[in-house]
Design a binder for this molecule. Structure first.
Ligand code: G3I
Length: 362
């Protein structure tokens, strides 16, 4: 379906939605085919244990997605207990769910400035015991999912917010700014020789200096022989992003020739000022992101992951309850955003009627 007919379909859906009272406004009535069947690469979604316990979430996610990323229960904040011991109960449940639903398991994250578990900070000041604990953590976690995890975000958000250098972190201060990253990749590789090891970051679309510093860091890691096997572009964007910016960002990252993971895509309306007409712009950005990813060589299309299934599942709801950044509304109905992405995949179906459609896989 051409972009023009997509826009007319989306426009009609939005117009219909606009004419309803706010209380009963139906989800924009679009029908999409199962996205996972239409995508020639893994289509991912993040999940928490509370999601896989929700039959509606499971039905919708299993219809459209072929890869799963634990949203937080495979991170240090859940795994590392205050006494320094590890717990894997929830990560194991998410891994088992992925296996049972024929989804690849992608894991995040091993080393992140935002996580400084008490269990680590209790160690004595000597680098030896801290370094041993660092290695032991990565070895235990990566080793546990060896043979199932297709990849890991080994180093997450290492570049400073303004792009001026790298972030401070517990890991950098104890084990060295660059050395802790190099070490994390080496230890992860030893724990799982097959998993694709990624470096992952965000706001690469909107802060040119950050994109540049991220690219320089990748070059330095590769030059040092670190087994960086892929590049993650988180893609937390908003509906004010001008056309073409996302495409140029992905093209810049793809120049390394490595697999690219669109790892955490969502398109905030609130961060763009939540003004009328933004839903159509949001749909266009989902279409652009998918088009930019489809334009990559097949060997570089690692996976395309949405950071949430339904609007109510989004982390952005904590920032502003009115945000609606994802493909499906709170009731799991496909929105114009889903139509945009589906259209780019050739999975958009002309609706039978524009009213009262529940989203259902055809
Ligand atoms: O579910 C528990 C709840 O039972 C408990 O009462 C509450 C208070 O402790 O915590 C709840 O868990 C929270 C969880 O989100 C689910 O809401 C965790 O504390 C909270 O830390 C966790 O936040 C996650 C955050 O990363 C930190 O891990 C978000 O879900 C997740 O969306 C966010 O994802 C990050 C990526 O990893 C990196 N890129 C940015 C992205 C958004 O911040």
């Amino acid at each position: 379906m051409s972009g023009l007919s997509r826009r007319s379909l989306i426009g009609a859906a939005l117009a219909l939605g606009a004419c309803e009272s706010r209380a009963q406004a139906p989800a924009a009535p679009v029908e999409i085919a199962p996205l996972r069947a239409a995508a020639p690469f893994p289509l991912g979604v993040c999940a928490q244990v509370s999601h896989i316990e929700d039959p509606d979430w499971v039905r919708l996610a299993a219809t459209h997605f072929s890869q799963l990323t634990p949203e937080w229960e495979m991170k240090m904040e859940y795994i590392v207990r205050p006494d320094g011991s590890f717990r894997f109960d929830r990560a194991d449940r998410l891994a088992a769910f992925a296996r049972a639903h024929r989804m690849r398991l992608y894991c995040t994250t091993l080393v992140w400035y935002a996580q400084r578990p008490e269990g680590f900070e209790k160690l004595d000041e000597s680098r030896t015991s801290f370094g041993r604990a660092f290695d032991a953590y990565i070895t235990a976690v990566v080793g546990r999912y060896r043979g199932q995890a297709v990849g890991w975000d080994v180093v997450n958000e290492a570049v400073a917010e303004d792009g001026e250098g790298w972030r401070e972190s517990l890991w950098a201060s104890r084990l060295g700014d660059f050395d802790h990253m190099r070490r994390a990749f080496d230890v992860a590789r030893a724990a799982d020789p097959e998993a694709v090891l990624f470096i992952n970051d965000y706001n690469l679309e909107t802060i040119p200096k950050k994109l540049d510093t991220f690219q320089r860091l990748i070059e330095r890691l590769l030059a040092a022989g670190a087994p960086v096997g892929g590049i993650g572009c988180q893609s937390h964007i908003d509906a004010s992003l001008p056309s073409g910016v996302y495409t140029r960002t992905l093209e810049a990252l793809a120049r390394f020739g490595l697999p690219i993971h669109v790892s955490e895509l969502d398109v905030s309306l609130v961060r763009a000022g939540r003004r009328p007409g933004l839903e159509a712009r949001q749909a266009d950005l989902y279409a652009e992101a998918m088009g930019a990813f489809l334009a990559l060589p097949a060997r570089q299309r690692f996976a395309f992951t949405l950071w949430g299934l339904r609007d109510k599942d989004s982390w952005l709801k904590r920032e502003n309850g009115r945000d609606a950044p994802l493909l499906f509304d709170d009731q799991g109905r496909a929105k114009p955003a889903a139509a945009g992405l589906a259209d780019a995949l050739g999975a958009l179906k002309p609706v039978g009627s524009l009213y009262g459609n529940e989203n259902r896989a055809l």
